[in-house]
Design a protein around this ligand. Structure first.
Ligand SMILES: [Zn+2]
Length: 192
């Protein structure tokens, strides 16, 4: 899937989790950083792809991308598995702990969750694409929904761009409309 679809899916998953949980108060800066962390989480698994948006924007992105891709075992390997969720979860935790003293007002726990929700949404979305996802590594089987490859969608194809992407947009519209009062309550009373 493209980065754009992954980011929208990550944001959708974040909205679903926030709206279905009891509300916590967060600072505006935590809310903003959490949304950014969620977007980064949404595309993070694809750092195993040297051509990912992650790398394209960096000056030495080409070399760094190829090195990381090799370390992670190539595209749709380690970062696209349950072990990958744990590894990236630990890594993100470590990084946020490291940053916390410099940004004491940020709620790192919420930011970590936002990152992880994005990360997991990525693997779920990739599961409906042709390539599938090796969820259970080191068992080298790529899982997909539906199980028959021909019925799954092609990355960047018509289905993804028009059906999945538009569907997610409409779903977001529905989600915020259906939970309008809770959404307004969050904006008014829970983000300080
Ligand atoms: Zn991916």
């Amino acid at each position: 899937m493209t980065g754009r679809t992954h980011d929208l899916a990550a944001f959708t998953a974040l909205g679903l989790v926030v709206l279905s949980h009891p509300l916590e108060n967060v600072t505006l800066s935590t809310a903003i950083v959490a949304v950014v962390a969620n977007m980064i989480g949404g595309i993070a698994p694809d750092i195993d792809q040297p051509t990912a948006p992650f790398w394209r924007n960096l000056p030495i992105g080409g070399i760094a991308g190829r090195t990381i891709a090799k370390l992670l075992g190539g595209h749709r390997f380690l970062s696209h598995s349950i072990i990958g969720i744990f590894l990236f979860g630990l890594g993100a935790h470590y990084l946020l702990d490291l940053l916390h003293p410099s940004f004491p007002k940020l709620n790192m726990q919420i930011i970590w969750w936002a990152f992880m929700i994005g990360f997991i949404s990525h693997l779920i979305m990739d599961t409906i694409t042709r390539e599938g996802v090796p969820w259970l590594l080191p068992i080298p089987i790529k899982f997909g929904i539906p199980p028959l490859k021909v019925f799954r969608i092609e990355t960047g194809g018509f289905m993804e761009r028009f059906v999945i992407f538009t569907g997610l947009l409409l779903f977001n519209g529905y989600l915020y409309f259906a939970n309008y009062s809770k959404f307004i309550d969050i904006l008014k009373n829970h983000i300080k």
